[in-house]
Design a protein around this ligand. Structure first.
Ligand code: GCB
Length: 613
């Protein structure tokens, strides 16, 4: 215990973080490692395109006890009852999972589906609070338990939870009904226009989470900024309870021989601990430490990596050393099963493909992926770019839309703030340059920085030029920490060798990063390289791009080409070469590598030698 010295609420920065705790969601952090009961499995469903279970024939929202409301479905028992709906095993569906992949009739469905299951519960442990936690539901979830509404959540890619009042719980056959609606809308995030499949459903894990009356809601534990250069490192952060209390919380990192008892008088506490022996997290050596947080009533464990990421003199640095991001963009989808990815196994598969490419980074596009992904990235040693789906033309003039974006941002950061792999929070993708948009986006950047000072903030900007000097001047670049640009020279303009006529500059003294570049290659279509959509064209595209990467200015910090796998998109309607697929993957629908894969891999091998000696 020689190294430990604790000082409470030391710096102004810490105080700022501390104050911002109030602004956070009520999300319970690290549910995977809490006491929980999984509600995954087979649920029953009713497809309800006219929302009959929710509105009456005058389109009035049904009252809570309306017998025809679908959340009250179990109440029919007389043979004289007029019964026009009901749940049955004949219509059953797997949770987690999108509905689109589970029956043909769902493939293009966008609308409401009611999900139902029951559960029993041991009510003898009345000292515990019980929360119903959803990893994600796309897009809107109206949640009912035993006929009572627990809440409504919007946002298809972030977690949320509701406390279940003990008064409504029964020992047997608790009736859980969720109305899921994935209709797209102009004032939602994303809006109606995207280049990915709008998979609907309860797409991620559902759990009952059991916690004591006073419990640790969330926490932040990380290496203090700049501490990587100090001989004795500082681990700092805060712990937040669900409510005010006088409570002793013990923070332990056994491997570092850290054990501190923190006295909370209020609802949270900041801490700062000195230690000398920390092995810093990196992609080459993704060291994670077991961290225990305990009170009299509970013990939570987590695995956390400690590292320092920053931008210094226009360069991207990890632990004081310049890094180059050998990235690849990834959708949360398993192409050969045409479904959303959701499990730990899926995460291993997708990130395993990225590793095969010798990538050291994944851009999790265009929305926060499930928690298994970011946890797997932590342990596999992959940097992560995590993004909210502020995509293309959101309604930038609307304060309500801004509020929705901020909520998704908060929920993303709140779930994943302790993942060392995440080095970049992105506030959006390819938003059109207007004054309203830049104001909107700059507010999101500011919000991100308010919630988390330890990472880099980005947004994927655009560049359309196909010759000459491309100077990135988007005013949003003044707010972000790196200048990230999507460019498709030779696919959406000109031919791949146009990239020979292009050079790059930015008016900002910041790292320059290609957040996308890519071309379609229809797997198995073999032709000369001038034939668009052939594997040879895509291969040529990548060869020319690599030539350009090698001529980039010194602030070139890496790239994240588009994309790891072919993916489903309703926008892609070529009758033979697309049929609802965007074929820019380096792996095809069946997981087979295309020619272009090898071009990028060779470049990444070279860059690894250069930067990761
Ligand atoms: C982009 C978008 C991405 C699309 C991609 C494409 O710039 O950011 O979501 O899928 O281009 O294939 O056109």
């Amino acid at each position: 215990m020689k190294t430990i010295k604790i000082s409470l609420i030391l710096s102004v920065v810490l105080l700022t973080v501390f104050n911002n705790l109030k602004a956070q969601t009520n999300l319970i952090h690290n549910v995977l490692n809490r006491k929980n009961i999984s509600l995954n499995g087979t649920w029953q469903y009713i497809i309800d395109p006219y929302e009959t279970g929710f509105y009456d024939y005058r389109r009035e929202e049904r009252k809570e006890n309306d017998r025809e409301a679908y959340w009250n479905t179990e109440k029919f028992d007389n043979k004289t009852d007029k019964k026009e709906f009901g749940f049955t095993d004949k219509y059953s569906i797997k949770v987690p999972g999108d509905w689109n992949s589970q029956a043909d009739k769902f493939l293009y469905y966008e609308g409401s589906v009611w999900y139902k299951r029951t559960f029993d519960i041991d009510l003898s442990k009345t000292n515990e609070r019980i929360f119903l936690h959803f990893g994600a539901v796309n897009y809107q979830a109206d949640v009912y338990l035993n006929g009572k509404k627990l809440g409504v959540h919007k946002g298809g890619f972030t977690a949320f939870n509701y406390e279940i009042p003990v008064s409504i719980l029964k020992a047997k056959e608790n009736l859980l009904v969720v109305k899921v609606d994935n209709k797209r809308a102009l004032d939602e995030i994303p809006t109606i226009n995207t280049d990915w499949w709008n998979y609907g459903g309860i797409t991620r894990d559902v759990n009952l989470v059991f916690v004591p009356q006073t419990f640790v809601q969330t926490y932040s534990i990380s290496l203090a900024k700049g501490s990587h250069v100090a001989k004795s490192k500082t681990i700092e952060g805060w712990i937040k309870l669900n409510q005010k209390a006088n409570e002793n919380v013990t923070l332990e990192i056994p491997e570092l021989k850290i054990k501190q008892v923190l006295k909370i008088d209020g609802d949270s506490i900041a801490f700062s601990v000195k230690t000398s022996a920390v092995q810093l997290w990196s992609t080459k050596s993704p060291k994670l430490y077991q961290v225990n947080i305990s009170t009299n009533a509970e013990k939570i464990t987590d695995k956390i990596g400690f590292r320092n990421v920053e931008v210094l003199d226009g360069k991207l640095m990890l632990n004081g050393k310049q890094i180059f991001l050998r990235g690849i963009s990834v959708h949360e989808e398993i192409p050969n099963e045409i479904r959303r990815a959701y499990s730990a196994k899926d995460a291993q598969h997708l990130l395993g493909q990225a590793k095969e490419l010798n990538a050291n980074m994944v851009r999790l596009a265009h929305y926060p992926h499930n928690e298994h992904m970011t946890r797997a990235a932590d342990s596999l040693g992959l940097f992560v770019w995590s993004e909210i789906p502020v995509y293309w033309t959101i309604d930038f003039s609307s304060n309500e839309v801004l509020a929705k974006a901020k909520t998704q941002l908060e929920e993303m950061i709140s779930r994943d703030r302790n993942r060392a792999s995440i080095i970049i929070w992105s506030v959006g993708n390819e938003t059109p340059v207007t004054e309203a948009r830049t104001l909107f986006m700059s507010k999101l950047v500011a919000k991100t920085k308010e919630l988390d000072q330890s990472r880099i903030v980005a947004a994927a900007l655009e560049s359309f030029g196909i010759q000459g000097v491309q100077t990135v001047e988007d005013p949003l670049g003044a707010f972000t920490d790196i200048v990230a640009v999507n460019q498709y020279i030779g696919w959406y303009g000109g031919l791949p060798d146009n990239s020979r006529k292009v050079s790059w500059a930015t008016k900002y003294n910041k790292p320059l990063f290609f957040s996308e570049t890519g071309a379609e290659g229809f797997s198995g279509l073999r032709a000369d390289s001038l034939t668009r959509f052939s594997e040879e064209f895509q291969e040529w595209y990548y060869k020319e791009q690599v030539g350009m990467f090698k001529r980039m200015p010194a602030n070139f910090a890496g790239l994240s080409p588009w994309i790891l796998n072919d993916f489903r998109s309703p926008r892609r309607n070529h009758p033979t070469l697309q049929e609802g697929w965007n074929n820019k993957g380096l792996f095809d629908h069946d997981g087979k590598k295309k020619l272009a894969f090898y071009v990028l891999k060779a470049y990444y091998d070279e860059m690894e030698k250069k930067f990761d000696k």
